[in-house]
Write a protein that binds this ligand. Structure first.
Ligand code: NAD
Ligand code: GLY
Length: 369
C-alpha cells in the first residue's frame, strides 16, 4: 500500500487483484478531477454522475462542467438525500435511467456524495451491464474515511442493513476534504463514529489526534489520510472478508446496524447508531476480554466529546433491534462472530458472545454508560 505525498495531494494505492484502486486526498482538489480521470485506463468518454438532492446543488455542476470541458459526456441522476434511498427500487430506477440515456458497458459511473450515494450508486455500477467502472467522490466524513474505500456496495431491506450488495472496487476515489466544510454539524460529527472505530481496532494513536482536534474542522487532510491508510491496509489484507481481518471493521456494527434499522432508516444517522453499537461492543470487550475500564472510559468519553449518542432512546424498542440482529450477515449457522477489543488498537473476532449477551448489552444501552 504505497502512500505518496506530492504537493497538496496524498495518493494511496490499494494493491488488489486483479487491479489496484487509487485514493487521492487533498484540500480544494476537485478542479483537478479531469486530469486524474484521464489517467484511468478504464474510464472512457461517456458516463453518468449519480448524486443526491443535497450534494447536487453544491458540487454537481462543478464536476459535470469540468469533465465536459475535457470532452466527456455525463448524464446526471439525482436521488433523494438520505438513508431511505438505499433500496432496490432506487437501484432499478438508476439502472433504467442509465439505459434510457443509452449508456452501455463501456460507460463509467461517478458517485458524488456521502455513503448512501456511494453504496447505492456503487451497487448500480456493479450490476449495470454486469459491471462498469466506478469513481467515488466522497463528500462526507463517513464516506471519506470509510465507505468510499474498499469496494463494499449495496442497499438495505426492511429486514436489515446492507443485506443485498456486491464487492465492486472503485478505480478511483477522489476525496476533496474541503467539501466537508459544507456538511451540517450533525452530519459532520457522525463521521467520528467510524474514526473512533478505526482507532479502537487498529491505531490507538489516532485517538490522540481525535482528542486533540475534537470536531473542530482542522487537520482534515491528516485525519482523512490516517483513516484511509487504516482502511486500505485492512482491505488489502482481506478484500473479501474471508480471513477475518476485514471483519474487524465491523466493530460496533452488529448492534449498531440493528439499532439503525430498528429506528427506521434515516431517523438516526449511521454514525450515531454506530456510536451506540460501539458502546455495547466496548462493554462486551470488558466482559469477554481484557479491555480495561480506563480504556473503555476513554473511548466512550471521546464519543461523547464528538456529540455522539452513548445512551439509547427508549422509543427504540429492544425487541425490534434483536429481530433485525438475527438476520445479520455476521451470524453463521446461528452463531455470531462478534468483534471485541483486547486493548485499545487491538481487536479480534470472538465466537463466545451469545445472543443473550447481546440482548443484555442492548438493554444496558438504555442506561448511561
Ligand atoms: P449520507 O450519504 O446520507 O450523507 C449524510 C447527509 O449529508 C445527507 O443528507 C447528504 O445529502 C448530506 N451531504 C453529503 N455531503 C455533503 C456535503 N459535502 N455538504 C452538505 N451536505 C452533504 O450518509 P453518510 O453518513 O455519508 O453515509 C452513511 C451510509 O454509508 C450508510 O448507509 C452506511 O451503511 C454506509 N457505509 C458504508 C460503508 C462501506 O464500507 N460501504 C462503510 C460505512 C458506512
Ligand atoms: N465498512 C466495513 C467494511 O468496509 O468492511
Amino acid at each position: 500500500m504505497p502512500t505518496l505525498h506530492s504537493g497538496e495531494l496524498t495518493r494511496i494505492t490499494l494493491d488488489l487483484s486483479p487491479r489496484s484502486s487509487e485514493v487521492i486526498i487533498g484540500e480544494g482538489i476537485l478542479a483537478q478531477l479531469p486530469q486524474w480521470l484521464s489517467e484511468q485506463a478504464r474510464v472512457g468518454k461517456r458516463g453518468v454522475l449519480v448524486t443526491d438532492s443535497n450534494v447536487d446543488p453544491l458540487y454537481g455542476d462543478q464536476v459535470i462542467e469540468s469533465l465536459q470541458q475535457q470532452g466527456m459526456t455525463l448524464t446526471r441522476i439525482v436521488i433523494p438525500a438520505g438513508e431511505a434511498s438505499k433500496n432496490m427500487v432506487q437501484i432499478t430506477d438508476i439502472c433504467r435511467l442509465m439505459l434510457q440515456a443509452e449508456l452501455d458497458r463501456h460507460s463509467f459511473l461517478i458517485a458524488l456524495g456521502g455513503g448512501v450515494v456511494g453504496d447505492a450508486a456503487g451497487f448500480a455500477a456493479a450490476i449495470f451491464q454486469r459491471g462498469i467502472p466506478v469513481v467515488q467522490i466522497p463528500t462526507t466524513v463517513v464516506a471519506q474515511v470509510d465507505s468510499s474505500v474498499g469496494g463494499k456496495t449495496g442497499v438495505n431491506t426492511p429486514e436489515g442493513k446492507n443485506l443485498i450488495g456486491a464487492f465492486h472496487q472503485p478505480d478511483l476515489v477522489f476525496a476533496d476534504v474541503s467539501t466537508l466544510h459544507t456538511l451540517p454539524d450533525r452530519e459532520y460529527n457522525e463521521g467520528f463514529g467510524e474514526i473512533i472505530k478505526h482507532a479502537a481496532i487498529r491505531d490507538a494513536s489516532l485517538l490522540d489526534l481525535v482528542e486533540e482536534i475534537g470536531t473542530e474542522r482542522k487537520k482534515l487532510t491528516e485525519l482523512i489520510t490516517r483513516n484511509v491508510a487504516i482502511k486500505a491496509a485492512v482491505v488489502e489484507e482481506d478484500e473479501h472478508e474471508i480471513s477475518g481481518t476485514r471483519a474487524l471493521l465491523n466493530f460496533g456494527h452488529t448492534i449498531g446496524h440493528g439499532i439503525e434499522a430498528a429506528a427506521g432508516y434515516g431517523k438516526m444517522l449511521h454514525g450515531e447508531a454506530i456510536s451506540l453499537g460501539l458502546v455495547a461492543a466496548i462493554r462486551l470487550s470488558q466482559k469477554y476480554s481484557t479491555l480495561t475500564e480506563q480504556e473503555a472510559k476513554r473511548l466512550i468519553n471521546t464519543l461523547q466529546a464528538c456529540s455522539l449518542p452513548t445512551q439509547l432512546n427508549k422509543a427504540i424498542n429492544s425487541e425490534t433491534i434483536l429481530q433485525t440482529l438475527r438476520l445479520d450477515k455476521k451470524f453463521v449457522d446461528g452463531q455470531i462472530r462478534f468483534v471485541l477489543l483486547k486493548s485499545l488498537g487491538n481487536a479480534f473476532v470472538s465466537n463466545e458472545v451469545t445472543l443473550d449477551d447481546i440482548e443484555t448489552a442492548v438493554d444496558d444501552l438504555y442506561s448511561p454508560p
